[in-house]
Design a protein around this ligand. Structure first.
Ligand SMILES: O=C(O)CC1=CCC(=O)O1
Length: 260
């Protein structure tokens, strides 16, 4: 049996719990721009996906089902029942799976820059093979180019470099196995089963999971609301931190938002 997922916990121990799921090739550190505001009143749990950061790296391929079950196991280990969940990209895919397959555990949901089906599968398998062959570094610039708009990248080269470092630090076996999870994913039929009030956030300049994917998710989830941010690419929470923080605090902590 594999050990549990690595997680960092911030905020008041008795507060309502918000779980944050990160994107492929990053860790819970990608949520740092939002943590101070969210953790003022919520108990924020940032976990690393299987194969990423401080989490174990069992042999792949993985599936979204496996990644989701690992999150449920983490919640069990932490003694947490029902939670709010926000996930970006791969983290959002896990969030859709959780809300559809464990609806009793998910109270409110936010899905950022993500997709319910992200083909072509062959492209993801090819990326997995490249990374397994030890060549993540050769494709890292191309991957990170789609995380930020050109204007943001030019103005903040140190941020781009820090996220490239985060990507290249991910264990190659874990990164490849998560690419294979995305290759095998199709959550579209699950979305009608989501009962959690859901905020779907897309970014106008996101080429990795374009806003049309966000709109397709919002159309299929019965109680979803869609917001599309201008001036952001895939890592919209990094590029538009205040706008994303505002949307998330209003969705997960409306009373706190009103009293600010
Ligand atoms: O890093 C990418 O290529 C974009 C992406 C797709 C799923 C995810 O988590 O990131």
């Amino acid at each position: 049996m594999t050990a549990g997922l690595h997680a960092v916990v911030d905020g008041p121990p008795e507060g309502p719990v918000l779980v944050l799921g990160s994107s492929l090739g990053t860790t819970g550190a990608m949520w740092q721009p939002q943590v101070p505001a969210l953790a003022a009143r919520l108990r924020v749990i940032r976990y690393d996906h299987l194969g990423h950061g401080g989490s174990p790296v069992p042999p792949g391929p993985y599936t979204i089902d496996l990644l989701g079950r690992k999150v449920l196991r983490l919640l069990d280990d932490l003694g947490v029942g029902r939670v709010h969940y926000a996930g970006l990209s791969l983290g959002g895919m896990v969030g859709m799976w959780l809300a559809a397959h464990a609806p009793e555990r998910i109270d409110r949901l936010a899905l950022l820059c993500t997709s319910a089906s992200l083909g072509p599968a062959d492209g993801w398998r090819a990326r997995a093979a490249t990374v397994r062959a030890g060549r993540l570094d050769t494709i890292a610039d191309t991957i990170v180019e789609r995380w930020f708009t050109p204007g943001f990248a030019a103005a903040h080269p140190e941020t781009v470099a820090a996220y490239r470092d985060l990507l290249t630090a991910v264990p190659t076996a874990g990164y490849a196995a998560c690419c294979e999870a995305i290759a095998g994913m199709d959550l579209r039929a699950d979305l009608a089963a989501v009962r959690a009030p859901t905020l779907v956030i897309g970014a106008a300049d996101d080429l990795a999971t374009p806003p049309v994917h966000a709109a397709a998710i919002a159309e299929r989830i019965p109680s979803a609301r869609l917001a599309v941010l201008d001036g952001a690419a895939h890592l919209a929470n990094v590029e538009q931190p205040e706008a994303v923080t505002r949307l998330l605090t209003a969705h997960f902590d409306p009373e706190g938002t009103a009293s600010r």
